[in-house]
Design a protein around this ligand. Structure first.
Ligand code: TYM
Length: 335
């Protein structure tokens, strides 16, 4: 089993990243350490070039996000933690796969359509080919499983299409088709202000998300101000089908508490958000507070965080190099 996943280094990690991805990474890292296999988790700093960020901030964000992953439980002795730019095989394989990926496939990606908006002529080429680099990220390790939130499933399907076409075009079985592994508990955490929008690093309003760096007061205030409706909580999840904001808060509660959403509505049935929101805030503070405190301590020594990334990159490079070489052979770049 080879597990690979990444996070783009554009801003603060939030509760959606934590519940949708990182919490699973920590669980998988522990399982894989017990059963054999590899886990590789990386900071997608090359992908962050698709967003205009001052260089000093990009470097700082990479370190801060790496520290947040360590604080959230990623153990560099069990998992390989690194930043993408330190392992050149990602970019090299990406270029090889650009010959395989089709314009039409990339043009159908919803993230491309959302991010480029109407200004396609002015969008960067990197934003368009972003999913090809993402495909290279997983194929360069022959990943078997890729733990992601639901929003990344389409990119993973594209990675499978690219792998299939490459294998066919070059008459090889080089690439394994990676399986997306989407959290059942929290596939898509929504904005605290709009139940139709996902919680996102790029939303201009900080009130839409709980950042993993938020202090206790900010967490409590954001949940207090979260949009809801006036009705009390019902006793079944089905009854929340057309109450997306309420459903989102119950989902967050359940995922943080490792409980089923149904057990949460059973407990709070008939109660209003005046009772539910403070309980949710207390739970979030209890879960996220220790992560934030560990993060603060880790950031006292950023060089130690960098050292973990350097060591992780050496280990990742050793796994990626033979795959890259095999892709060069398959394409006739190397004989
Ligand atoms: P990114 O940085 O947007 O998100 C990192 C991970 O968090 C998940 N996620 C969510 N899950 C549930 N609810 C949400 N509101 C939410 N928001 C984000 C994402 O699905 C993701 O798993 N392109 C990727 C980074 C990447 C990558 C890769 C991932 C680059 N290369 C290779 C997997 C494999 C991205 O921008 O994720």
């Amino acid at each position: 089993m080879r597990i690979v996943s990444g996070i783009q280094t554009t801003g603060n990690l939030h509760l959606g990243n934590y519940l949708g991805a990182i919490k699973q990474w920590v669980a998988m890292q522990n399982d894989v350490a017990a059963t054999g296999g590899d886990c590789l988790f990386f900071l997608a700093d090359l992908h962050s070039l698709t967003v205009a960020i001052p260089p000093a901030e990009r470097a700082r964000t990479t370190i801060e996000m790496a520290a947040t992953l360590l604080a959230a439980g990623i153990d560099p002795d069990k998992a390989i933690l690194f930043n993408q730019a330190r392992v050149p095989a990602h970019a090299e394989l990406c270029w090889i796969l650009q010959g395989t990926a089709r314009m039409g496939w990339l043009g159908r990606m919803t993230q491309w359509k959302d991010k480029a908006g109407k200004n396609r002529e002015g969008a960067s080429v990197g934003l368009f080919t972003y999913p090809v680099l993402q495909a290279a990220d997983v194929l360069v390790y022959n990943a078997t499983h890729v733990p992601v939130g639901e929003d990344q499933k389409q990119h993973l399907e594209l990675a499978r299409d690219i792998a299939t076409k490459f294998n066919t075009d070059f008459d090889t079985e080089l690439f394994t088709l990676p399986e997306p592994f989407v959290s059942k508990a929290a596939p898509r955490i929504m904005s605290l202000r709009d139940g139709a929008a996902k919680m996102s690093k790029s939303d201009p309003s900080d009130m839409t998300r709980i950042n993993l760096t938020d202090d206790d007061d900010a967490i409590a205030q954001k949940f207090r101000k979260a949009r809801t409706d006036p009705a009390p909580l019902p006793d079944t999840m089905d009854a929340l089908a057309d109450r997306p904001e309420a459903r989102n808060l119950v989902t967050i509660f359940a995922a943080l508490a490792d409980r089923t959403p149904q057990s949460v509505v059973t407990e709070y049935a008939g109660q209003g958000f005046g009772t539910f929101k403070p309980a949710l805030a207390d739970l979030a503070i209890a879960r996220l507070g220790p992560i934030r405190d560990r993060l603060t301590r880790l950031l006292d020594n950023p060089d130690a965080v960098t050292a973990h990334l350097v060591r992780g990159a050496e280990r990742a490079d050793a796994l990626a190099a033979p795959m890259l070489q095999a892709a060069q052979h398959a394409t006739g770049l190397q004989v």
